[in-house]
Write a protein that binds this ligand. Structure first.
Ligand code: UD1
Length: 340
């Protein structure tokens, strides 16, 4: 049993990870400012895992609060989710992103080093690869100049951690590059909770299907892909959560091969926007209202992961299918409606 600080632990991926950590026997402590999540996530975590995490609400930008927290609790490792993640907003308010995503990270890493906490898992993103020349994207695929301040914070965040590993013989970081996490807990009681209009595909689909949005716009059908719509590697959020348990235990057990490791988290399979819609319609029996719109600025044509490194070295494999992802997302959307 280890004591694990999950920053952003009431958020979408953070809450699923908190549940899996507790189920694996770990003690979870959460810091979240609730800027993009709700306090009720704690009840859900408790219900689905059997234990309520320690929780404190504050901004990681507040270094004094971060220091106090680390002094009060004897943390073994950090899983750092807390960050802003809306690409468009990051273009309009870049400093918000540098403060929320990077000043916060610096405060956490500083507090770790003062309090001799050695291990951190960092939420990175496949966005660091941009549009790769060769697919699937491996961890060696070149990092391209970021398309947005959001993407830049993921690149710089990785570099900050790499620099810290060079400054200390013991500091260890694992960056997990997520492809497209979607879906919800099998109970239908925990899932993504977008504030306002969703930017991402899956919540937009479920909100349209349940009547909260008039129609889904498919951003572009003239890509060089089999059906013309853009291709992504969608991965079930619970599979993503489980990868974090593997990563944090790998560090705590001293099994890392270097102080800075990177793993892609994807399924290795690419699906187009139209294929996601087809899966949703097939599994739920609901017909989706959609139309074709122009491409969205900054979108890449296609990307999917090489999963070899995560499979072989991390010992983790995503096992949920696209149909399971779309069906679980729908179960969650219906749960939200029933519990309004
Ligand atoms: C986006 C971000 C990425 C971020 C990730 C998680 C961009 C360019 N990329 O990934 O940096 O890490 O979210 O927040 O914003 N789509 C539609 N209609 C919609 C919504 C989406 O057709 O209403 C399409 C998109 O064009 C894309 C696919 O669905 O082809 C997936 O989109 P989305 O869920 O937003 O994820 P990404 O763009 O891959």
């Amino acid at each position: 049993m280890s004591k694990i600080l999950v920053t952003g632990g009431t958020g979408y991926i953070g809450s699923h990870t908190a549940i899996e950590l507790i189920k694996s026997g770990h003690e979870v402590l959460i810091i979240d400012d609730l800027s993009n999540s709700k306090i009720e996530a704690l009840d859900i975590i408790e219900k689905l895992s059997g234990k309520r995490p320690v929780f404190e609400q504050f901004k990681l930008r507040d270094s004094a609060k971060v220091d106090d927290f680390f002094e009060e609790y004897d943390i073994d490792a950090v899983i750092h989710f807390a960050a802003s993640k809306a690409v468009g907003e990051s273009v309009a308010f870049p400093m918000k992103y540098y403060k929320n995503n990077l000043v916060s990270l610096a405060n956490v890493v500083d507090a770790m080093s003062v309090n001799n906490v050695k291990n951190i898992v960092f939420s990175s993103s496949a966005t660091v690869y941009g549009q790769p020349d060769k697919l699937p994207a491996t961890e060696e695929t070149p990092i391209l100049p970021a398309e947005s301040p959001y993407g830049n914070t993921k690149q710089i965040g990785e570099e900050m951690l790499l620099d810290q590993t060079k400054a200390s013989d013991t500091f260890t970081a694992i960056a997990l590059r997520y492809f497209n996490p979607i879906g919800a807990h099998e109970s239908g009681e925990n899932g993504e909770l977008p504030m306002g209009t969703p930017n991402n595909l899956m919540p937009f689909i479920t909100q349209t299907a349940i009547g909260l949005r008039d129609e889904l716009k498919i951003f572009g059908d003239d890509y060089n892909t089999p059906d013309g719509t853009a291709v992504r590697d969608y991965i079930h959020v619970v599979d993503i959560a489980k990868a974090h348990i593997k990563a944090v235990e790998r560090m705590i057990d001293g099994k890392t091969e270097s102080q800075f490791e990177v793993f892609n988290l994807g399924t290795g399979k690419g699906f187009s926007v139209k294929q996601v819609i087809e899966s949703f319609e097939k599994t739920t029996g609901v017909n989706l209202n959609y139309s074709i719109a122009p491409r969205r600025i900054g979108d890449v044509e296609q990307i999917y992961a090489s999963t070899e490194k995560a499979n072989e070295i991390l010992g983790w494999r995503a096992d949920k299918t696209l149909d399971e992802m779309t069906l679980s997302a729908w179960k969650w959307e219906k749960h939200l409606k029933e519990n309004k």
